[in-house]
Design a protein around this ligand. Structure first.
Ligand code: GLC
Ligand code: MG
Length: 249
């Protein structure tokens, strides 16, 4: 067994099955001690909502927390985001212009204040409305020369992010800082905002059995031996995938 970089989404990926989570926590924490394996959480949540989750579930302390769908990177329990990463995202990003342009769409319901941050503008949007509204927002913002990306997850969450920021780009930045090969890296997820984790490079990927339709559709169109669709759900699916890729015995 060798050191690896373990990157996982939280809601409905790591969290969802208490017993399996405890077992996975034990194995990962042993692996971190004996092999210097690194544990990274990659969540759509802000630091505030991440902290709330840690009061509800027993989570290991991660080596790095990627929050806000890749817009904030917190190393080792830090409370201010990595400056190098923030400076990269600030290039060609105009939050005020995005807020102004999106105000015209009645279907967009702003998410709570905690989930709005310097490099993330987030709304609730129903699946029915999304079909027509997403292309309209995208073309309006592009016409205005705003460099953005839209990420729609779980049939309800819309994140507008700088075009350089997503879970995949943030994971690559963290991976390179650790100096760990893509082939020794495994990413785990269940929904739309995790697609970037699977599509960025040569990392191994685990799609948990309870994944959302948007990730499953993406997987069908981009099937690869590097990606494993687990039968089991939540942390049990992660364990199944870690065995499949021989990261765990
Ligand atoms: C989390 C965040 C939310 C985001 C969603 C999908 O639920 O709190 O702001 O829209 O993930 O990325
Ligand atoms: Mg999730």
């Amino acid at each position: 067994m060798a050191r690896f970089l373990f990157v996982t989404d939280l809601d409905n990926t790591l969290v969802g099955d208490h017993t399996a989570l405890q077992q996975l926590n034990r194995l990962l924490s042993e692996h971190r001690q004996t092999h210097q394996t690194k544990i990274v959480y990659s969540t759509g949540r802000s630091l505030t909502l991440y902290r709330q989750l840690t009061t509800e579930h027993t989570l290991l302390e991660p080596d790095v927390l990627i929050a806000g769908v890749g817009t904030e990177i917190y190393a080792d329990g830090d409370t201010t985001p990595d400056r190098t990463w923030s400076e990269k995202l600030a290039i060609a990003w105009n939050r005020e212009a995005i807020v102004a342009a999106t105000a015209h769409f009645a279907d967009l319901v702003p998410q709570p204040e905690t989930e709005q941050s310097p490099f993330k503008v987030s709304f609730f949007l129903t699946e029915d409305a999304a079909i027509a509204v997403l292309p309209q927002i995208e073309s309006l913002l592009q016409q205005q020369g705003l460099s953005i990306q839209l990420i729609y997850s779980s049939g309800k969450d819309l994140d507008i992010l700088p075009s350089l920021a997503n879970k995949g780009a943030a994971m690559s930045f963290v991976r390179q800082n650790f100096g760990i090969e893509a082939s020794q890296t495994v990413v785990c997820g269940d929904s739309g905002n995790d697609i970037a984790l699977f599509s960025v490079g040569e990392e191994r990927g685990i799609i948990v059995g309870n994944a959302q339709p948007e990730l499953l559709t993406w997987h069908r169109h981009h099937s690869s031996k590097r990606h494993y669709f687990a039968q089991s759900h939540y942390a049990a699916g992660i364990l199944e995938g870690l065995h499949h890729f021989n990261f765990l015995p």
